[in-house]
Design a protein around this ligand. Structure first.
Ligand code: UDP
Length: 246
C-alpha cells in the first residue's frame, strides 16, 4: 500500500516516479482498472468548489503536480513529496519506462491535435501502439458513444485531455465502459506533444515556475487560475494548518 498525504481532502500518493510506475503496473496486472489524476493548486481549488469533481477524485490514484503541492505537504505534514510527478512529464515517462505494452487511445484537444500527439508519442515510446484518436469538442450527449468507440478500438489505455475537471469526470462516468485498464487525465499534454503549445525552457522548469511561462502565453485565460488561484490555495493550506494546530 503506497503512502499518501492528505492535501486539503484529496489523498495524494507520496511516491517516487519509479515507485508509481511499478505500483500502476502491479495494480493493472491484478485486473483492477487504474484511474490516474494529477493534483496541482488549481485542481485542488476546483475540487474544493465542485463536490462532483471531489467525489470523482476519490476513485483515482492521485499524483502530485507542482510546487504548490510541496508547499502544502510541508506546511500540513512537515514533509515534501519524493518527486514532482506532473502530468506532462510523468505520463510520457510512464509510457517509456513501463514494461507493459499498451494500445493507447487519445481523447481530447482540438481537431487534429490528438493525431499529431499520437505520432509524437509513438516515436517517444515506440513499444506501444495507437488504437485511436478523438478530439475533445463533442456534444455532451455524445460522451457515451465515444466510450463505445474507445471500447471498439480495443484500447487498454486512454489518455483523456478535456481539461480539468471535465477529463476526470468523463473517466469517472465512462471510463469503465471503455474496457480500458489504465485511464489518465492528462490536461494539456496533447497540445505540448503536438507542438501546438510550447513548453517552458528547461531552466524555467528547473525553477518549478512553468506556470509563469504558461501565464505569459495565455494571460487572459490563465490570470484567474494562477494570480488568484495560487494565493487562494495557500490561504486554504494556512487555514487548515491553523485549525489543526489550534
Ligand atoms: N479541451 C477539450 N475539450 C474541451 C475543453 C478543453 O478537448 O471542451 C482540451 C484543450 O483543447 C486542451 C486540454 O483540454 O488540449 C487541456 O486544457 P487546459 O489547457 O485547460 O489544460 P490544463 O491547463 O488544465 O492542463
Amino acid at each position: 500500500m503506497a503512502k499518501t498525504l492528505d492535501i486539503l481532502g484529496v489523498e495524494v500518493k507520496a511516491v517516487t516516479g519509479a515507485e508509481a510506475i511499478r505500483l500502476i503496473d502491479t495494480q493493472c496486472d491484478r485486473g483492477i482498472p487504474v484511474k490516474l489524476a494529477y493534483l496541482n493548486s488549481h485542481t485542488s481549488n476546483t475540487a474544493a468548489q465542485d463536490p462532483t469533481f471531489a467525489a470523482a477524485l476519490r476513485e483515482f490514484w492521485v499524483l502530485n503536480d507542482g510546487v504548490g503541492l510541496d508547499v502544502a505537504a510541508t506546511l500540513l505534514h512537515g514533509t515534501r513529496f519524493p518527486e514532482n510527478l506532473n502530468g506532462t512529464d510523468f505520463t510520457v515517462r510512464y509510457l517509456q519506462e513501463t514494461s507493459r505494452t499498451w494500445r493507447i487511445f487519445l481523447l481530447g484537444a482540438k481537431p487534429g491535435v490528438a493525431e499529431l500527439a499520437g505520432q509524437h508519442l509513438a516515436r517517444l515510446a515506440s513499444r506501444h501502439c495507437i488504437a485511436g484518436v478523438q478530439h475533445g469538442y463533442f456534444k455532451p450527449q455524445d460522451a457515451g458513444a465515444i466510450a463505445n468507440t474507445v471500447r471498439d478500438s480495443g484500447a487498454d489505455l486512454i489518455l483523456v485531455a478535456l481539461g480539468n475537471p471535465q477529463q476526470e469526470k468523463w473517466i469517472a462516468q465512462y471510463g469503465e465502459a471503455t474496457g480500458a485498464r489504465l485511464m489518465v487525465g492528462v490536461g494539456a499534454l496533447f497540445d505540448f506533444l503536438s507542438g501546438n503549445v510550447s513548453r517552458a525552457p528547461e531552466w524555467i522548469r528547473a525553477t518549478r515556475s512553468e506556470w509563469v511561462y504558461r501565464l505569459a502565453l495565455e494571460p487572459r485565460r490563465l490570470a484567474r487560475r494562477y494570480l488568484l488561484g495560487n494565493p487562494y490555495f495557500l490561504a486554504r493550506v494556512l487555514r487548515k494548518r491553523l485549525v489543526a494546530t489550534s
